[in-house]
Design a protein. Structure first.
Length: 371
């Protein structure tokens, strides 16, 4: 029975075949957010993994199929053994080594017969991986690439936007497993609760420095960033993806706000806009509250007229300073982009509200007041 793909969740298999005596690494793997461990059939009784963790079992002969846990995932490079495993009701994962065009074409055709295709590449280029992704994108075969570094995992997950469905990770270093776990947490699609906020005041605030946050991603029309003057909330400022009469769109940009502003970042942290630089990571939020992490390419700061927009959201007063111009958009209560210079008292905007109190961007329990 083919595996079901989920474009948002990346699969990570930890290769434990060489880790039978690596107690420190195994204990760490058991406590991190990894769900699958690849082991040899002979070692099945040696691993005491938590119940939430599933085993992928490598077999080498017919006898290995006896007395296996029900509905195990069976791993092999032998099509004969995998067919027997499938008849016994197990999911199947085939390993294919790819070194040229012929082996690549064999791999994707062979992979259609199984739940998982494990691709091991002999060259560093991602071109054959891209071709496999294209061949398997409309199928139920789950594509997993064998890798040896966290940096490679980040690249593999991003190839052709969709990326590989997962990775088989091999390492002997404790720090590598911690870093991979952190990467998975950063790349996961999160959710924030956005609320409708009532505009109570709009004031021209004179000249000041404002910053555009340019990212290495292409942002969607319903995406933006959370900007606020205080740590207890901000407004959802739109990406530059909507009609501009005098210039081309900048789909990588959010004309964020004044330089003193907080901007929300991954792991529920905030940063001052002035702290951002190329390589920083910030949170991109859409009008439904879905979040993703994006990388800053540059921050462009210039003197511009500013507008202070103050709102009431869940009995909390929050505000944001943005450039006082028609082409700056802030999302309205229904998710519609509103021109900043046209926003008036009584309008509704999308806002995020949280508990106040930050120290170097990290939430702390402290008596603090910001106005």
């Amino acid at each position: 029975m083919p595996g079901t793909k989920n474009a948002k969740e990346k699969i990570v298999w930890i290769d434990g075949r060489e880790l039978a005596d690596k107690t420190e690494i195994l204990l760490l793997v058991y406590h991190l957010n990894f769900a699958c461990l690849l082991i040899r059939r002979a070692d099945l009784d040696k691993f005491k993994a938590p119940k939430r963790m599933n085993f992928v079992i490598e077999i080498e002969k017919k006898e290995d199929l006896k007395e296996l846990p029900a509905q195990s995932t069976i791993f092999s490079s032998s099509s004969e053994l995998l067919k027997l495993a499938a008849k016994a009701g197990h999911k199947t994962a085939v390993l294919c080594r790819i070194e040229d065009e012929a082996s690549m074409n064999f791999a994707w055709r062979e992979g259609l017969n199984y739940d998982y295709l494990i691709a091991e590449f002999t060259s560093a280029t991602n071109i054959p991986l891209e071709l496999l992704i294209a061949k398997l994108q409309s199928t139920n075969t789950v594509l997993i690439k064998k890798i040896h570094s966290v940096q490679e995992a980040e690249v593999v997950f991003g190839v052709m936007e969709a990326g590989s469905d997962g990775v088989l990770f091999t390492s002997e270093t404790v720090n590598d497993f911690v870093a991979l776990d952190q990467l998975l947490q950063r790349q996961s699609v999160g959710k924030l609760k956005l609320v409708k906020a009532l505009v109570t005041s709009v004031q021209h605030a004179g000249m000041g420095f404002r910053a555009c946050v340019d990212t290495t991603s292409l942002l969607k029309q319903n995406e933006g960033m959370l900007i606020g003057s205080t740590s207890d909330g901000g407004l959802l400022v739109s990406s530059e993806t909507h009609y501009l009469p005098y210039m081309d769109l900048r789909p990588f940009r959010v004309n964020a706000g004044a330089v003193h502003s907080y901007i929300w970042c991954p792991e529920s942290k905030t940063a001052y806009i002035t702290e951002l630089k190329g390589g920083s990571r910030v949170t991109c939020v859409d009008t439904e509250g879905n979040t993703r992490e994006v990388v800053v390419g540059r921050v462009k700061t210039e003197v511009r007229p500013l507008l202070k927009i103050e709102v009431m959201a869940e009995n909390r007063v929050i505000n944001a300073f943005v450039q006082d111009d028609w082409h700056i958009r802030i999302f309205g209560g229904k998710g519609e982009p509103l021109n900043a210079s046209c926003i008036r008292e009584g309008d509704e905007l999308l806002a995020y509200v949280c508990e106040r109190g930050r120290h170097v961007g990290i939430k702390i329990d402290e008596s603090i007041e910001e106005k």
